[in-house]
Design a protein around this ligand. Structure first.
Ligand code: ZN
Ligand code: ZN
Length: 106
């Protein structure tokens, strides 16, 4: 199933927590938030341990099961080489990521 994203309501006297200031959303079903989001919603509240493992790129939920893999949302942190290559970047001789020139670009 898909995550059910909400912006959590905040305290009235909040002066800029990460939810309000960053416009962060969380899933009201599993409690996932940006940074610790499995590909699909496990359908119930994740324990702290689970969301921590998702955050570390160790487990992912999809097709109704948990897998020992990095979630799509975390690949830009834990699997950066493959992620960037798929996004059309290559690493230059200085170790910086550069966008492949697109054919037909002027
Ligand atoms: Zn707030
Ligand atoms: Zn969810």
């Amino acid at each position: 199933m898909k995550h059910d994203w909400i912006t959590p309501p905040c305290k009235e006297d909040c002066y800029g927590c990460m939810w309000c200031a960053g416009g962060l959303e969380m899933c009201k079903v599993c409690g996932a938030f940006e940074g610790a989001t499995p590909d699909e919603c496990p359908g119930k509240q994740m324990s702290y341990d689970f969301s921590d493992l998702v955050y570390k790129g160790i487990i992912n939920f999809r097709d109704g099961n948990w897998y020992g893999e990095c979630a799509e949302a975390m690949r830009h942190i834990h699997d950066v080489d493959n992620f960037m290559e798929e996004a059309g970047y290559f690493q230059n001789e200085h170790g910086k990521w550069e966008k492949f020139p697109v054919m037909g670009d002027k």
